[in-house]
Ligand binder design. Structure first.
Ligand code: OGA
Ligand code: MN
Length: 288
């Protein structure tokens, strides 16, 4: 193994030290990296000197990538890159009524990427270009929802096992100006069903699968379902299960959407510049 691993918290996150992503990486090393990532839910590759193309190429070593299908968010010429930023193309802060800003603010709610798709994303990898200062906020926070499941009491586990959740992108974005999306974009992402408890295909661990796109629990009274979803998000995101990444320019952070929730933490987006680029590892099949 040509890297070291440093654990970031007892329950989630590991830093991979000494691996230069600008150099060729063997299949054997990739297999070791994948294990560290899956076992720790979040893998941090600090201070890399790579560009978007190298970020895309490294991401592809983990599997196929999702292409960004929302025109407002897609980067020119690179549909593999989602821009998590409050900046326009020239790195000027966007004006407040820009719908892209509102969509990105939606990422400040706990969520799992693409859980509104029938085949949701396996993982995601953010790469930092422009970061807030040390006291400016704007961290990205992750929660280990497998550890959270294991910490539930037996009665709650039994209640959750077997339930089905309806996920809906337009539920999580219900506060946003409708003009942010075209009708065709709306029609393209109808609500989907996922198990409330997902079994991880690589570790066999069960994880609670909820987040901001989770609208209701199938067959349950709406308010009762909301209460359960909100309880599980609250339970899963308590500090014992979380890691907040404070960004440095060049950092790459890879997380497992099958076993993590994540959110952007608040910062003054009218004053502070922040530009992160994300690739998204496509799922390999439906969750049920
Ligand atoms: C994302 C996301 C949060 C952030 O890019 O998927 O949720 O901190 N980003 O920008
Ligand atoms: Mn996200």
């Amino acid at each position: 193994m040509e890297f070291q691993v440093r654990s970031l918290t007892p329950n989630i996150g590991a830093e991979i030290i000494g691996l230069d992503l600008a150099q060729p990486i063997s299949d054997e090393t990739m297999a070791a990296v994948r294990n560290v990532w899956v076992d720790n839910v979040v893998a941090v590759f600090p201070r890399q000197e790579v560009d978007d193309d190298q970020h895309i190429a490294f991401s592809r070593r983990f599997g196929e990538l999702e292409l960004i299908n929302m025109s407002a968010l897609q980067m020119d010429g690179k549909p593999e890159i989602f821009e998590a930023t409050n900046l326009d193309r020239d790195d000027n802060i966007m004006v407040d009524d820009n719908p892209v800003l509102a969509i990105n603010r939606g990422n400040q709610k706990w969520h799992s990427d693409s859980s509104f798709k029938r085949v949701p994303a396996t993982g995601s990898m953010l790469h930092a270009y422009i970061v807030p200062g040390p006291d400016d906020g704007g961290e990205t926070e992750f929660a280990n929802m497998a550890a959270a499941y294991e910490a539930l009491d037996d009665e709650m586990k039994a209640k959750c096992d077997g339930l089905v959740v309806i996920h809906d992108f337009y539920w999580s974005r219900r506060d946003i100006n409708e003009r942010a999306f075209t009708q065709a974009e709306r029609d393209a992402i109808p609500p989907v069903r996922h198990p409330l408890v997902r079994v991880h295909p690589e570790t066999g661990r069960k994880a609670i699968y909820v987040g901001s796109h989770a609208r209701e629990i199938e067959g349950m009274d709406f308010d009762e379902g909301r209460e359960l979803i909100e309880f599980l998000i609250e339970h899963g995101t308590q500090s014992a299960f979380t890691y907040a990444h404070k960004w440095q320019v060049g950092d790459l952070v890879l997380w497992d959407n099958r076993s993590a929730l994540h959110r952007g933490m608040a910062f003054d987006d009218s004053r502070i510049k922040r530009r992160l680029h994300r690739t998204t590892l496509a799922g390999t099949g439906p969750t049920m």
